[in-house]
Design a protein around this ligand. Structure first.
Ligand code: ZN
Ligand code: ZN
Ligand code: ZN
Length: 358
């Protein structure tokens, strides 16, 4: 005999820790990772890959190249017709940039005509993560991922120092459905002349919290989540959990345990630990859900003022749901997998391998 619940079941309504963003957690139709694993994955078109080793001439000159040298890593850049070969990673300007550097001596008035109209000044770069076409973070060697993270840091350092740059977004699209039109392992870096809305809302809310409580709201969130039902992984340097009001099935966030405002605060020990943490979680996701498309993006602050109250993190959004009319027209989301289910599943497959050195 079927046993029915005593009352009509309600879905849960959850609000983000800081953002004014509501999510309906459809607990009653609760899905499992296996429900999404069967989906067909679309492949990017294959052809000559401009990011593969030997095809450097197909791209603009790199603004940063890591080369192997007898003394470790040599950092350099391409010049005019010169393209370095046998690189470990390289960062190139995007061929179709969304934001481009201003011409010399452009005044603030020229850049921003009024509060509704400005010029999209900034930078748009592609970080080629490996000479190997398929060396995505879930399969990459830790040493290679360390180069990638150091590449992010080097570019963040240079771009965030420019007077017209207010934010540097570092993100990754994986899979055609997540917007990666080229399948070679790569990330993107976009420097913008304003702080994008979601990050601004986080910064504003954390500043308010700090004013009232004299502590970092993210440090508080980490403390609450690390031992709870949404926790996924913890090692000496990082904590990973599925956020309380996750918008996406299988969404997870990675936080440094140290209170740090941006990637620039990381030590080399932390860089390696971050590479291991990222690899563990993304391999877990790959195994569980059959290499799903995903996007990830760092949230950080480049403004020194924010160092008391803002705490950088990486947000990973697997692309498993299709957002349609309701989500697009209201900014309210329906998530069919509870963050607790996400955490429980990822916890089982994302064991960190701290001894891995290759
Ligand atoms: Zn390639
Ligand atoms: Zn903090
Ligand atoms: Zn965030």
């Amino acid at each position: 005999m079927l046993v029915r619940g005593p009352v009509m079941p309600f879905n849960e309504l959850r609000k983000d820790y800081l953002l004014d963003r509501w999510v309906v957690i459809a607990t009653e139709r609760g899905r499992r990772p296996t429900d999404f694993a069967k989906q067909e994955r679309q492949q990017a078109k294959t052809g000559v890959c401009p990011m593969c080793l030997g095809n450097e001439h197909m791209t603009p000159p790199a603004v940063l190249v890591y080369l192997k040298s007898s003394k470790g890593i040599k950092k350099t850049k391409d010049k005019d017709d010169l393209r370095h070969e046998n690189w470990l990673i390289r960062v190139i300007p995007n061929l179709f940039p969304a934001f481009s550097p201003p011409e010399d001596k452009m005044s603030q008035k020229q850049l921003m005509k009024d509060s509704y109209l400005g010029m999209a000044v900034g930078h748009h770069e592609v970080l080629v993560e490996s000479p190997n076409h398929d060396e995505h973070p879930a399969n990459a060697r830790i040493t290679q991922l360390v180069h990638v993270v150091n590449g992010y840091i080097d570019r963040l350092l240079e771009l965030s120092a420019k007077p017209y740059v207010q934010y540097v977004s570092i993100f990754r699209n994986h899979g055609l459905e997540a917007g990666a039109s080229l399948s070679h392992a790569h990330s993107q870096i976009i420097a913008t002349p304003f702080v994008p809305r979601i990050v601004k809302e986080e910064i504003d809310a954390s500043r308010e919290f700090w004013k009232q409580n004299k502590k970092c709201v993210f440090c508080d969130i980490i403390e609450k989540e690390r031992a709870g039902p949404r926790s996924i992984l913890e090692n000496s340097k990082f904590v990973v959990f599925s956020p309380f009001a996750s918008v996406n099935p299988m969404e997870f966030w990675i936080f440094p345990k140290e209170h740090e405002t941006s990637l620039l605060d990381m030590s080399q020990v932390e860089v390696k630990a971050f590479a291991e943490t990222l690899k563990s979680c993304l391999s877990g996701l790959k195994v569980l859900v059959n290499d799903p498309p995903y996007n990830f993006g760092f949230h950080l602050a480049i403004n020194k003022e924010a160092s008391d109250y803002y705490h950088w993190h990486l947000e990973v959004y697997p692309r498993l749901a299709i957002w349609a009319g309701f989500e697009k027209s209201t900014g309210v989301y329906i998530n069919t997998m509870t963050p607790e289910t996400t955490a429980e599943s990822l916890r089982k497959v994302s064991a960190c391998e701290p001894n891995e050195t290759s």
